[in-house]
Design a protein around this ligand. Sequence first.
Ligand code: TA6
Length: 294
Amino acid sequence: MDLSTLPTLTALSDCVTIAQLGENKIVRVIHPKASAAVSLHGGHVISFKPEGEEDLIWMSTEAVYDNKTALRGGIPICWPWFGRIAAPAHGFARNSEWHLIEHRESEYGVIISLGLTDSAETRNIWPHKFALVLNVEITEALKVTLNITNTDSAPWRFSGALHTYLNLGDIHTMEVTGMGSSYIDGLQGGKVCQGEDILTLSDTIDRVYTEPSDEIVLHDQTLDRKLSVVNRGDNSAVLWNPWAEGAKSMGDMNDNGYLSMFCIESTLHADSLESGHELASGDSYQLETVISAK
Ligand code: TA6
């Protein structure tokens, strides 16, 4: 995506502007170290390009920027649950309008902070009070931290994910290491399986890896680079690619889209709302992912 062509609505500094993309408002960062873009709808990172690199983040060419639809690609914020254990799928955060709290910049890069708190609309879906702050740190690496605070008077439970779509040259020439070997297979009804230490793909995959290493590495032979993913606050890494049939079945993914994307997700996984992570009143939790090119 060429960020520089998006019309500017407001200039916040030399590096940070609010721009328009379809109906969505985008916080656009163009800094000597990296450029990036974050949609206020969804609190959704849609681009991260360190200087001299191709985008590390994949966005679907068919993504719908109508300020209503969850965006296909980027880093969807799945919260207060991951998956289809309740409706809407992956929670409501990726479909909510976030607000810009602040932006800070230095010679090393820019930090954008967005916020989302409960409203009548969110309490109608999930009856709890909360405050989310999303810090997006744009330097030579991209650090995305979701700060979750229980502002209610009683504890509640949650799960979630930073559902990153990585951009790659060709899925057939990709190898992934560091995800561990134990996984729950979403394509086999949640069967617990043991896999290889190196993952290559020739078909769809939808797995929850339950013992990932500190660093997961995607080796992209076509673009001749390695993408490093370091997650914190997670209990698993979800790896997903819909392959050709899955891509065809999605209205917002072009038929060949699956060839150039792979999801490595920082996930706090739970099988149900009831078995999610408990957060006491007044307490906070952080879910994080750090992505860089080597
Ligand atoms: O994270 C993997 C997954 O849960 C898959 O099962 C797949 O459906 C994907 O997310 C995309 O979900 P979405 O609701 O965005 O279509």
